[in-house]
Write a protein of this length. Structure first.
Length: 367
């Protein structure tokens, strides 16, 4: 075990797990010190060598984009990055670039895709199970040693919250809080368009705030209803009993009601809520979004009533050519049982399904 100030770090296969305590600045200092090698790897190999040297991104332009992204982050999350710059060996400009990596890379008109499925009620063998593929640019597979579960234990009384993603991303594309609420993000560009608002708080930062502040699904729903997105996303949220899907373009948000089956929710990258009045997007030019969704619906229907964590892992392991949803762009995978605070993590071809005890990490406080 590695430690710095109040923070600790362990490795579970390729996955780093860090526990952070104190003020947001304190937690940033712990993060920066304990994850310095992973942050340096992303900065040197992904930002400098891949984006700038190999792909020809203009260095000044991406620095400016990273700073704009940082400028719109809530103060407490900026404090994390400022703390990281004090201890990581990278200055604040480099930390901003690492934080912005996934958004800068999406300029290649190939933003993250992703697929999610939740089963409960009549579809589940026991309790709610949530499966999730994180799909993005294949070259990011080289960063598999830089994936981290960062567990924030804020001294300000906010909810302990864990995020899972690449080191240096101070936001939530996957997360769980101490109340057992799980959240994940899918790209919604095929239905919501490619508008990006530089003037808004980045939605991924808002989602981290939702988890830090939201003790129930209803509270989190109120956050969605009062927060504008800066890009089109599809968000899945679940607790131990039920799951909800929010289709969240830049101008409105709708909780998906159409195409809903009690006990089953499947999300890929297009909106399915009838109220939008949108045509179905072309499949081939939108990462087979309709095929991935339909494949998971079919698998869930076939396995109805038997889906437990192990069955969900088999569903997530099924490749698209075998009527599943996993592709060559799947970077890592998750299966979670929120009621039991269980999370399984996998990097295809690198690390098989590994159980993480989220209750031990989040230490939910008694009521």
């Amino acid at each position: 075990m590695q430690s710095f100030e109040k923070g600790t770090k362990i490795k579970n296969g390729v996955l780093s797990i860090i526990n952070l305590y104190g003020t947001w600045r304190d937690m940033g200092r712990q993060y920066g010190s304990m994850m310095s090698s992973e942050l340096a790897d992303i900065y040197e190999n992904a930002v400098c060598k891949k984006l700038i040297d190999e792909l020809g991104f203009d260095a000044d332009e991406i620095k400016n984009r990273a700073h704009k992204l940082f400028a719109n982050f809530p103060f407490r999350f900026k404090e994390v990055m400022r703390g990281m710059a004090e201890t990581s060996g990278l200055d604040i400009e480099a930390i901003q670039l690492v934080n912005a990596l996934e958004f800068i890379a999406s300029d290649m008109l190939n933003p993250p895709q992703c697929t999610g499925i939740a089963t409960w009620g009549d579809y589940a063998a026991d309790t709610l199970i949530y499966g999730r593929n994180y799909d993005y640019l294949p070259w990011l597979k080289k960063l598999h040693n830089d994936i981290v579960i960062a567990v924030y234990h804020p001294a300000d009384g906010s909810l302990a919250t864990a995020t899972l993603g690449y080191a240096g991303g101070i936001y939530a594309v996957n997360g769980m809080n101490e109340k057992g609420i799980f959240m994940e993000l899918n790209n919604g560009m095929p239905s919501g368009g490619a508008l990006w608002y530089d003037s808004r708080v980045p939605s991924v930062a808002s989602l981290l705030g939702f988890l830090v502040d939201g003790a129930s699904l209803d509270e989190i729903e109120s956050f969605f209803q009062t927060t504008k997105s800066n890009f089109a996303y599809i968000i899945g949220v679940a607790d131990g009993q039920t799951a909800r899907c929010y289709e969240w373009p830049v101008f409105e948000v709708k909780r998906r009601e159409s195409h809903s089956r009690q006990g089953l929710m499947v999300m890929s990258n297009h909106f399915t809520e009838f109220a939008w009045g949108l045509p179905r997007p072309d499949d081939k030019s939108n990462w087979m979004t309709r095929t991935r969704r339909q494949n998971l619906l079919t698998l869930a229907k076939h396995l109805k009533g038997t889906i437990d964590a192990r069955t969900m892992m088999k569903i997530m392991d099924t490749k698209i050519e075998d009527l599943g949803a996993t592709t060559e762009m799947t970077l890592y995978q998750l299966v979670t049982v929120p009621e039991r605070y269980e999370l399984w993590f996998k990097v295809p071809g690198i690390q098989e399904w590994t159980l993480i005890d989220m209750k031990e990490l989040l230490l939910p406080r008694s009521e």
